[in-house]
Design a protein around this ligand. Structure first.
Ligand code: MTE
Length: 298
């Protein structure tokens, strides 16, 4: 049995955090937004989508393939208690609680663009912590090169998992330098509220320069590896969904253009906009891919 942070963090501080977040939710309409997450220089100044858009138009195949299925069915998911198994090439493997992974005093607000591979987009005000802060605390061994992530498997509560829609569990992965990049976060909330179930409660990855399918929801396992991890969509259809999945208007999906996107909530005519290289984060991340042919390693 390994010592985890929860062994040294009183449960009361976690409970306080819950009520703190609840209080934040009540204030969400006031200028106190950001109360629960320090504002961050990494945020876009684009106007965030409404909470209604963000929580009613989702991809979360564990609850069905329809965009409205997650809003309808994800309330069946029990998210408390929750723990994340962190292992593989780390110094301190173990089962970590949410309060260990995302302590109150580290929460930040990050307003990020989200670009789905299906050519729609939103702007979402996440609350979370840099993934690097957790990886640094568990201690990454020098031989680690990638990070693998897994979603919960619980077909009794995740009705989509009763059918072989995907090869469950949903899995994703990042190269270690991508995982350690300051833009990469684990989100536990949005709009000053704990994460709604349909958005991946209680803990999901957000990698804003990559297509949305990399941003895996409801994570229960994080494993440091020395080889490229299995990634659900890439394994299912490697010619359509790359492991890297960097947003790139110049590399079309075999079945549709990636040059433009439909902004959800943009209205019937106003919603079409140009897709930006690396989803607008090129200044921060392009250097990670120097020397790579992005049309081949997509
Ligand atoms: N994670 C899991 N476990 N299952 C999923 O079906 N869908 C992905 C990603 N994470 C998905 C997932 C896709 S395709 C997108 S676009 C985003 O979640 C959508 O996130 P949102 O519903 O919070 O906007």
């Amino acid at each position: 049995m390994k010592l985890t942070w929860s062994d040294v963090t009183p449960k009361s501080s976690w409970l306080n955090r819950r009520s703190f977040l609840a209080a934040g939710a009540a204030l969400a309409a006031s200028p106190a937004l950001g109360l629960t997450g320090k504002p961050s220089g990494f945020s876009t100044d684009a106007e965030p989508n409404s909470l209604k858009d963000i929580t009613n138009y989702n991809n979360f195949y564990e609850f069905g393939t329809g965009k409205e299925d997650p809003a309808r069915y994800a309330s069946a998911l029990t998210t408390d208690p929750w723990s994340v198994e962190i292992g593989g090439l780390v110094e301190r493997p173990g089962s970590y609680g949410l309060e260990d992974i995302a302590p109150d005093n580290e929460l930040e607000e990050r307003i990020y663009r989200l670009r789905c591979v299906e050519a729609w987009s939103m702007v979402i005000p996440w609350i979370g912590v840099p993934l690097a802060s957790i990886l640094n605390r568990v201690g990454v061994q020098p031989s680690a090169k990638y990070v693998a992530f897994e979603t919960l498997v619980r077909p009794e509560e995740m009705r989509g998992q009763k059918r072989p829609i995907l090869d469950w569990p949903y899995r994703e992965g990042l190269r270690l330098d991508e995982a350690m990049h300051p833009l990469t976060i684990l989100a536990t909330g949005l709009y000053s509220d704990p994460l709604p179930n349909q958005n991946g409660a209680p803990l999901r990855l957000v990698v804003p320069w990559k297509y949305g399918f990399k941003s895996i929801k409801s994570i229960v396992r994080i494993t440091l590896t020395d080889s490229e991890p299995f990634a659900t969509w890439n394994a299912l259809q490697p010619r359509e969904y790359g492991f890297y999945a960097n947003v790139n208007p110049q590399v079309d999906h075999p079945r549709w253009s990636q040059a433009t996107e439909r902004k959800i909530g943009g209205g019937l005519f106003g919603g079409r906009q140009e897709t930006l290289m690396f989803n607008g984060y090129a200044d921060q991340v392009a250097s990670l891919y120097e020397g790579m042919d992005l049309s081949r390693q997509f």
